[in-house]
Write a protein that binds this ligand. Sequence first.
Ligand code: CP3
Length: 346
Amino acid sequence: MNNSFLSACKGQNTGRIPVWFMRQAGRYLPEYQRVRRRHSFLELCKRPDLCAEVSLQPVEILHVDAAILFSDILIPMEAMGLALEFRKGAGPVFPEPVRDQRALARLRIPEPEADMPFVLETIRLLRQQLTVPLIGFAGAPFTLATYVIEGRSSRNFLLTKKMMYREPALYHEILKKITACTAKYLTAQARAGAQALQLFDTWAGALAPEDYAVFALPYVREVLAELRRHTDIPLIYFANHGATLLPTTSRLDADVLGIDWHVPLATAISLVNAAEKPLAVQGNLDPLALFLPARQLETRIRAMLDAARAAHGYIFNLGHGVVPETDPESVRLAVDIVHNYQRPVQ
Ligand code: CP3
């Protein structure tokens, strides 16, 4: 069993630095596309045998040190009672978004084992086959709320922010339900065998820090607190565009902070290390840096690894997901560069 990822989550880098990639299972891999040609994305998400297959692909092809469950952050929103579609070009769509009390009242808190059995079955299947740890995940409540309220991906989150400012009670009621659903869902993933859990707060950076503090952060805290009551596996929080939030997020009761690529890794680490009990750090190569020529990619990654020596536990990752146009060879090269890095003798 390769445990370098779990050790780093707990603050220790012994031996090789662990590496995995957000969106490591996905469209840039021809092996994924082969599976995907025969099934729609949502069909795929509901077939544990196929989800396990595509989760394993990057482990076998790239030699990453952790697997991530194949699913989507919007699956539990569908289980709350919202019809969900993935449309070509538009991405995810909720045709009946939640914008009033009636729609809110219809949202239910799903029972993960009964309502999303395929996710938990995927976890059980993967644990039988993996030799690296398995990461489960969910969307953070604010990020999920943007999809549920807007009905689709949004440019400026107009409807979400209008609701926050003009109908705060409605907004907070929606967030409370999503938070309860998320905590229950992640607890079920841990019970099924997930060995770490990541909360994806993809749109956190769209909020002014003062709004993040009121409309997003309390719900992240609530999910983390609830998870601490039920499991002792490492908890990772990733806030995309979250550099300005680091003085706050570095004090969350998580184990690892995911760092996006808009901030130098050294700056992020010094902010994280200012906390009383510094968290481990994960990130933060620009996903598009995988298009650099090999030598320059190596220089870039080695500079990050030098900076990462100051962290209390470090996991190499991108600052956001792998983009579909990426050459799998570059991803494989990045893994090798990280694994071959020797920590300079102090
Ligand atoms: O490898 C992995 O990271 C595990 C699987 C995973 C997927 N989505 C598969 C997926 C994970 C962790 C996610 C999380 C997710 N989903 C997030 C948060 C992470 C992030 O990227 O910020 C968000 C915002 C979503 C919502 C979502 N799902 C969008 C916006 C899209 C459309 C993207 C696009 O470019 O069309 C999806 C679809 C999706 N989720 C795909 C995959 C592999 C592509 C589906 C396909 O095969 O067509």
